[in-house]
Design a protein around this ligand. Sequence first.
Ligand code: SF4
Ligand code: SF4
Length: 401
Amino acid sequence: LGDLERLIEDTARSLGADLVGITNVERLAGGPPSADPRYVLPGARSVVTFALALEEKALVDFVTKSSWVPHCEDRKRLVRSLYVLAEAVTELLESLGYRAVAVDINNSYRPEPGAADVTEMTEFHPDFSHRYAAVAAGLGRIGWSGNLMTPQFGSRVELGSVITDAVLQPGEALPDADHPCDGCRACVGVCPVGMIPGKDLETVRVGGVVETVAHKRPNTCCWIGCTGYEGRSRSGTWSNWSPYRLGHPLPSDRSGTDALCISLQKSDPQMTDAKNAFADYRGAVFDPDWFYYTVCGFCRSVCGADHDGRVDLGRRIRAAGTTVLGLDGVHRVDPGDAVAVPTPFGVMVMVSRAELEALGAAAPSRTRADLFPLDTAVLEYLGTEAGRRAAQRATASRAED
Ligand code: SF4
Ligand code: SF4
């Protein structure tokens, strides 16, 4: 490494980066459109890419439903660290006379024809893909799930990048012989909405290597599962941390899935808030009162570095039951008496029958001020006359089938 490359790496590591790499426009050429750093910085020559590892205990407790909140808070902490780190590397490069841009960590997508805002998007192509830069720089390879997979941490990392016009010495992509994905398919079995097929494949050429990955369902399918509009697996026996249910299978075709996602987003109170995390993701993660609401990401979380660990965790995820919305606003494991209450937001909410009966004619009272807007709106609805009637009908009928 040259002096500048070493200085960049030292800066990133001193701020907590677990993995650091460098790639350049030549190595990213010929990749998918979001692998082109010149979209973000015309005249770009190089990309610095870095990864921070998620806290393993909080992650495992999350996917096995021992606890919900610590992993959400760990993700928020890591994203804040990534911003700090990217901004420090950017300042370092600028202080040396180069142009540099810290790529937004998340939630910043390229405009789509015909989509007025994020609620009408269906592709969700980022301004620049941290994943592709990480592959080209040798941090990892893309696993069957489509997530970056590193030899050290599996897919359990959060990524960031800085694009610059400095000419830096690039790393090499990991060779096929060192590809960390062994095709275990643990990721396939833990996606509640069936986003990741076991066999259907496609190839992606990036950073001088060719990745063979799952040919996934439309991006809006993951958006529905990961935002939590549908949390229950197709088997019905387990869910992610979402207490929401569509009450019908997802459409099998792309146009139906896209239309459903758009209609759900249009009904989602989060999306009508002008100050939401899509308008200002950085502002949200640095707001101490903002809760990093996470209900899924199971495909990434299951994918640790160890084969047996992945397979075992997949089994534990599928044995960890389903989730309800507590009337205090906290998501919990279904105690065994969940009922589905229709809401005005295009989804049903699973609530414990005993909790609803104990509530009677009172309004739910939240214990957290930082709830997800949909949870807040649903709790408010359950305190209205219409909500109470819907809950009474649900408790009079049978539990989730
Ligand atoms: S869970 Fe298994 S198949 Fe899926 S990306 Fe990870 S190693 Fe590959
Ligand atoms: S984030 Fe959740 S819904 Fe999306 S592909 Fe992964 S497991 Fe499926």
